[in-house]
Design a protein around this ligand. Structure first.
Ligand SMILES: *[C@@H]1O[C@H](CO)[C@@H](O)[C@H](O)[C@H]1NC(C)=O
Length: 351
C-alpha cells in the first residue's frame, strides 16, 4: 500500500470517528488531519497487540500477543520459547524494543533493537565500566521473519556502556531518533577504574539502523542518573516521555508541546513520579478507546511488568490496570499495535 493510500485511509478512519454522517465515497478535505494526530485515536483496523520482552534473566527476545484486542491480556508465542537468540556480542539481549518503520518504510519495515548484555557472564559493575557500546538490531518486513542481525557501535571508548536503546520515527526530520543511556569516563582513565559521569540519555539519527549520526546528549540531569527512555507521540508537536531516575529508582513522565527538542515539563511538579521500584517504561495507545494509553512498568525486584493506564497522558496520572491475564516475569520490552493480517500471520507462524 502506498504512503498516500495509507494516509488517506488513516485520515478516513479518523474522519469516520469524528463525523459519522459523511459517506466514505464523498470527496473530503483531509488537509487538516495530520497523520500524527491518529496516534491517540482508536483505529478500527487495529485488532491486537504484539509485545517483545526479555524474561527474568533470560536475555533473548520473546514474543507475546494480546488475547483479542485486550491491551492487558497477553499470551506467549512459540510455546514460551525465544523467537530471537542473538549470536553476536555477549550473545544476550535485554530491553528489546519494537520500532515501527516511518516515512518510506511505514507499514513495510519493522526493527527490533536492544541492549547487548548477558549479565550471567559479567557483573553489574563491570557491565557499566567496560560493557558493550553497541546496540543489537534485527529487521523484518512482516513482523514474523527477523533477520540481518547486527551489533552497531554507537559510542566511543570513553563510554562505559550503551543500555536500553529505543527509537521513534521523527517525521519532521525524516529519520529515526535513536536514544540510549550511557555514562562516561575520562580519557585519562582508559581502563575505566575511576568515577564516571552521571548516566545520561544520548541520541543519534539514522535512516537504516546501520549508520548513525554522531551521538549527543538528549537528557542530562547530572548528578541524577537517568536510564530507560521511552517516548509516546501525542500528535503534532506534543510528546510524552517516560524514564527511570536510576538514582531514586523511580519512573516519571515529562511532556513537551514544542517537539522532541522543545521544552519538557513534569506534570504534577518536579518530584512527581508514576511509581517507585520500577524501570523499563513502555507506553502504547489503546486500539479501541480514543485518548486512552497503557504503560508497562517493570517491577524488576519482583514479578516484572505490570500494566498501568490513563485517559490523561498529559496530566501524568496513571493507575494500575487489571492484570489478571497479564503474564508474570515479562521484563523491559515494548508493545506495538497490529492489524488482522499481521495478527493472523503471527498466529500461523507460532501456533
Ligand atoms: C495490515 O498491515 C499490513 C502491513 O502494513 C498491510 O499490508 C495489510 O494490508 C494490513 N491489513 C489490514 C487488514 O489492514
Amino acid at each position: 500500500m502506498s504512503l498516500l493510500n495509507m494516509r488517506s485511509l488513516i485520515s478516513l478512519s479518523v474522519f469516520a470517528t469524528c463525523a459519522l454522517a459523511a459517506p466514505a465515497s464523498q470527496a473530503l478535505d483531509f488537509s487538516s488531519f495530520s497523520p500524527r494526530s491518529v496516534h491517540q485515536r482508536a483505529d478500527p483496523s487495529l485488532t491486537g497487540y504484539l509485545g517483545a520482552f526479555f524474561l527474568g534473566d533470560k536475555p533473548s527476545v520473546y514474543f507475546y500477543t494480546s488475547n483479542g484486542n485486550n491491551a492487558n491480556s497477553f499470551k506467549a508465542l512459540n510455546k514460551g520459547q525465544p523467537v530471537i537468540n542473538p549470536t553476536k556480542g555477549t550473545k544476550g539481549v535485554r530491553d528489546p524494543s519494537l520500532i515501527a518503520g516511518g516515512g518510506r518504510e511505514a507499514s513495510k519495515k519493522w526493527y527490533i533493537i536492544g541492549t547487548d548484555l548477558e549479565i550471567g557472564k559479567t557483573t553489574w559493575d563491570a557491565a557499566q565500566r567496560t560493557g558493550s557500546r553497541g546496540i543489537f538490531v534485527w529487521e523484518s518486513v512482516d513482523l514474523v521473519n527477523w533477520a540481518q542481525e547486527r551489533l552497531v557501535e554507537v559510542e566511543d571508548k570513553t563510554a562505559g556502556m550503551v543500555w536500553a536503546p529505543d527509537a521513534i520515527w521523527d517525521a519532521e526530520k525524516g529519520q529515526y531518533l535513536v536514544h540510549w543511556a550511557s555514562k562516561f569516563y575520562a580519557t585519562s582513565d582508559p581502563q575505566h577504574t575511576g568515577s564516571p559521569s552521571a548516566t545520561r540519555i544520548r541520541y543519534a539519527y539514522t535512516s537504516d539502523f546501520k549508520t548513525f549520526s554522531a551521538p549527543q546528549d538528549y537528557i542530562n540531569k547530572s548528578p541524577t542518573n537517568i536510564i530507560d527512555l521511552n517516548i509516546l507521540p501525542l500528535g503534532d508537536k506534543t510528546y510524552a516521555r517516560f524514564m527511570k531516575d536510576e538514582t531514586a529508582k523511580t519512573v516519571f513522565t515529562e511532556i513537551s508541546t514544542t517537539g522532541l527538542f522543545g521544552s519538557w515539563a513534569r506534570p504534577g511538579g518536579s518530584n512527581a513520579i508514576i511509581a517507585s521500584g520500577v524501570e523499563g517504561p513502555a507506553a502504547y495507545w489503546d486500539n479501541q478507546v480514543q485518548g486512552k494509553a497503557h504503560l508497562l512498568l517493570d517491577f524488576y525486584g519482583s514479578d516484572g511488568y505490570r500494566p498501568y493506564e490513563t485517559s490523561d497522558v498529559k496530566g501524568g496520572k496513571w493507575t494500575a490496570s487489571d492484570r489478571t491475564n497479564f503474564p508474570k516475569n515479562l521484563r523491559h520490552g515494548s508493545v506495538l499495535p497490529v492489524n488482522a493480517t499481521i495478527a493472523s500471520a503471527l498466529a500461523a507462524r507460532w501456533p
